[in-house]
Design a protein around this ligand. Structure first.
Ligand code: T46
Length: 142
């Protein structure tokens, strides 16, 4: 995976055990592979349309690591200053979605499955879903 240049992000590489024709096994352990205690895991599948777009928000405090465990998709990241597109396709390489990072998932391949480990329970008040509000929020944190 390419180098991550945006703030509050990074790459997580999981141990991947290849059992030849019996498949591959990837392991994530909290505080060892994932840099926080995991309170919630969710996955996204049935992405039937190339034109589907998910995300389009940032979080105030939540920390997450996003994986593409099947297929591929494009992860667009924006920290308010820098932007980058990361092609997600390796089942054992995740990207950290830290606070104040606008993220969008798009260009899903058929059969794409996303898996996310999160540091906290679902809380809608932690989301910033308006881009201008996001830029204002980032300015306020500096
Ligand atoms: C994120 C990206 C990577 C819940 O009720 N509980 C949950 O734990 C989650 C994740 C979602 N929801 C509800 C909230 C919405 O009514 O499910 C609905 C769809 O959520 P959203 O539009 O936020 O889905 P995405 O794919 O745009 O974003 C999700 C996560 O919500 C978000 O935290 O960072 O994946």
């Amino acid at each position: 995976m390419q180098k991550i240049i945006v703030q509050n992000s990074g790459i997580v590489t999981l141990k991947r055990i290849i059992d030849e024709r019996d498949g591959a096994l990837c392991i994530m352990e909290a505080r060892r592979d994932i840099p926080f205690d995991i309170k919630r895991v969710y996955y996204i599948n049935n992405l039937e349309h190339q034109s589907s777009i998910r995300g389009k928000h940032a979080h105030k405090t939540l920390r997450q690591v996003i994986f593409c465990i099947n297929g591929s998709f494009m992860l667009s990241l924006d920290d308010g200053t820098n932007r980058q597109d990361v092609l997600m396709w390796k089942d054992n390489e995740g990207v950290i979605l830290g606070p104040c990072l606008w993220h969008t998932m798009h260009s899903f391949s058929s059969g794409c499955v996303l898996l996310v480990a999160a540091s906290d329970y679902y809380d809608e008040s932690d989301y910033i879903r308006n881009y201008d509000a996001f830029l204002q929020y980032v300015k306020g944190t500096k």
